[in-house]
Design a protein around this ligand. Sequence first.
Ligand code: ADE
Ligand code: ZN
Length: 338
Amino acid sequence: MEAWIRDLPKAELHIHIEGSLEPELMFAIAQRNQIFLPYPSAAAVREAYQFSDLQSFLDIYYAAAGVLLHEQDFYDMTWAYLERCAAQNVRHTEIFFDPQTHTDRGVPFATVMNGIHHALVDGKQLGVSAQLICCFLRHLSADSAMATLEQALPFQDWLVGVGLDSSEMEHPPAKFQAVFERARAEGFLTVAHAGEEGPPDYIWQAVELLKVARIDHGVRCLEDPKLVAYLAERQIPLTVCPLSNVKLCVFDDMAKHNLKQLIEAGLCVTVNSDDPAYFGGYLAENFQSLRDHLALTTAEIHQLSRNGFQAAFLPSETKEALLHEVDRFMETVDSAIN
Ligand code: ADE
Ligand code: ZN
C-alpha cells in the first residue's frame, strides 16, 4: 500500500458494523459466549469467504452475527473497526447496523445500541468521529421495519439516519415507503441500498419514493441515461464499494469496475468498504485497489476523498475544515510525486 493513500484524510459512508467482525474476534466472542462455530479456525473461516452473489454472502454474514449477544460484544466489534479507521486516517465514518439481525434472536435493541454507541464515544480519543445509521432488512416485512423504527425512537439522539439493506432482488424500495415517510417525519435522514444487484428502477424508487439523501452502491445507474442525468444534476451521492462489488461478482474483476465511468458521468462518487472483514480490505485497500487496477491519478483520488466529506451528514463548517485538511495533505503529496 502506498503510504500517502493510507495517510490521506478519508471519510467512510458505507460500512456495516457487523461486516467488520474479523474471524479472530468472531472466535474470541464465540468462545466467551459458549457458541459453537462450525469451523476449526479463523483461517478456515476466511477460506470459506468465496461468494457467488449478494445472497451467498448474506447467508454467512447473518450466521456469523449470531455470536454477538452482550453489550461488550458490540462494543469490542465497533472498537476494533475504529482502531482500523485510526490506522488509515479515516477521520469520519457513518456506520450502518442491522438491529433486526439481533432483536430477532432475542438480543434487546438497547444492548446493541449501548455497545456500539459507547465505543463510538470512546473512539473520539482515536481522532475518529462517527455517526450511526439504523438499517432495515428489506427481506423482512415493512411491519417489522416499522416496529424497528419505533424501537429506535428513544435512541434518536444517537442516530443520524435510517437505511435499507439486505437481499435487494424482489424487495424494491417501494415496499418501505410508509416506513421511510415516518422516519423522515421523525427527523431522520435517509439512505438506501439500490442498484447493487437490482435494476435502475430501484434507484428511481429510492430517490422518488423514499427521498433518500444518498444511494448506497448505485452502480447499475449507468444503464439508464435519464437516471444518470437526474443523479448528476442533483449531485445525489453514490456510496460505491469497489472490493465488495468484485467479491460479490457485480463486476468480474476490479479492472472492469465502472467507477471511472461514474465519475466521467459527473456523479458524486464516494469510496467505501461495505463489509471489510469479508471483502479483503478496509477503506485504504479500496482506494489502493482502484489506483492499481483503474490507474486512478492523484487528482482523481483527491476528488474521491473530497466527495466523501462533501457527502457526509456533517455541518458545513466541519466539512469545510476537513476538506481543507484533505487539500493541504494533497499539496504535500503532489510536491513529492510530481
Ligand atoms: N448488508 C451487508 N452488506 C450488504 C450489501 N453489500 N448489500 C446489501 N446488504 C448488505
Ligand atoms: Zn452495504
